[in-house]
Write a protein that binds this ligand. Structure first.
Ligand code: PRT
Ligand code: ZN
Length: 301
């Protein structure tokens, strides 16, 4: 067993949109932990991994400063902090992005007052843009050679135009309801974001590195499994080529003989994409029968 110093610390959001999904991901990776109410640390019981629960904005700095080895935050937060840190340091990249995870999807968009004159970023020259992501926005405007004033807000960005504090905003959008409720129209997308796993850029001791690699492999497995299905069917041998073409994201199928049936075989295959009713109907039309689709519980790539 490895000593306390060698335990992996992973920072996740304490209370917010990414909390339950991040804890769920770690649990699906096999981690069992104890967490007291309102406690900042949850200790892993069966793996040398402890979870630090903090505000999402603090996660990139905890990883940069090597307080935590890993962290999960939205790409929007990760990128904003990365640009900020790079500007104030000469030591290079503050952390490494190791995985884009499959939850927390949203986009960072410009938005303009409904019914106003502004319609695209080209109209923003010389105007004010309110945002909680000033470094990302400034960097984006620089690449487009648009000179505008970026005003940092700590929250409730969508009320800035109504208050006369800015002509446009740049904020996270998921369904767009908040924009519409504030009489704003969605404009260009600067970046698409989802939960992102980052790690310290420093080398870690071998034992820790082994556990990190195992955790990453399990995370990959969990993400693949969410979409994957195991399909079983009977098929005429003559239709096998056609049936293989119809199976979404599948590897080589297992073909098994069927008792007392010479012209038919059983086909078993893992599909790494969702299987829709249309796919099953097409397989049936190609000659398949006795179709069965099952969820996959675990997968090791
Ligand atoms: O307390 P702490 O600082 O940890 O939390 P927080 O309030 O800063 O973050 P939180 O929990 O709101 O979001 C955490 C992360 O979830 C963000 O950094 C994004 O990566 C991601 N995410 C995904 C979102 C959204 N979807 C989202 N819709 N973050 C914020 N929103 C906002 C959006 O800006 C709008 O104001 O939710 C509102 C509703 O969105 P609509 O478009 O559905 O109306
Ligand atoms: Zn935050």
């Amino acid at each position: 067993m490895i000593d306390k110093q060698n335990r992996i610390k992973i920072a996740i959001q304490k209370s917010g949109r990414l909390t339950d999904l991040s804890l769920d991901l770690l649990q699906r990776c096999g981690l069992k932990y104890t967490r007291g109410k309102d406690q900042l640390i949850a200790f892993g019981e069966n793996m040398p991994i402890d979870i630090l629960l903090v505000r999402d904005d603090d996660i990139p700095a905890l990883v940069r400063d090597d307080v935590c080895d890993l962290g999960i935050a939205g790409l929007n937060v990760v990128e904003e902090k990365r640009l900020r840190f790079l500007n104030s340091s000469t030591t290079g990249e503050p952390f490494e992005i190791v995985r884009q995870l499959d939850y927390g999807q949203c986009k960072l968009c410009f938005a303009y007052p409904e019914g106003g004159k502004l319609g695209s970023i080209e109209d923003l020259r010389g105007l004010r843009i309110a945002t909680t992501y000033p470094w990302i926005v400034a960097d984006f405007l620089r690449t487009r050679s648009i000179e505008a004033e970026v005003i940092e807000f700590s929250g409730a960005v969508e009320i800035a135009p109504g208050m006369g504090r800015a002509e446009a905003i740049c904020d996270l959008v998921s369904t767009g309801t908040t924009l519409r409720a504030n009489n704003l129209r969605e404009g260009e997308t600067l970046m698409k974001s989802q939960a992102t796993l980052i790690r310290t850029p420093l080398e870690v001791p071998d034992e820790k590195a082994d556990w990190m690699a195992r955790l990453l492999q399990r995370i990959d497995g969990v993400m693949q499994v969410r979409e994957s299905k195991y399909i079983m069917m009977h098929a005429p041998k003559s239709a096998l080529a056609e049936i293989r073409k119809l199976l979404p994201g599948s590897e080589a199928p297992t073909i098994l003989p069927l008792d007392s049936l010479d012209d038919k075989v059983a086909v078993h295959v893992v599909c790494r994409e969702n299987v829709f009713w249309e796919t099953l109907e097409n397989l049936k039309a190609a000659g398949a029968s006795s179709l069965l689709v099952m969820p996959v519980e675990k997968m090791l790539p």
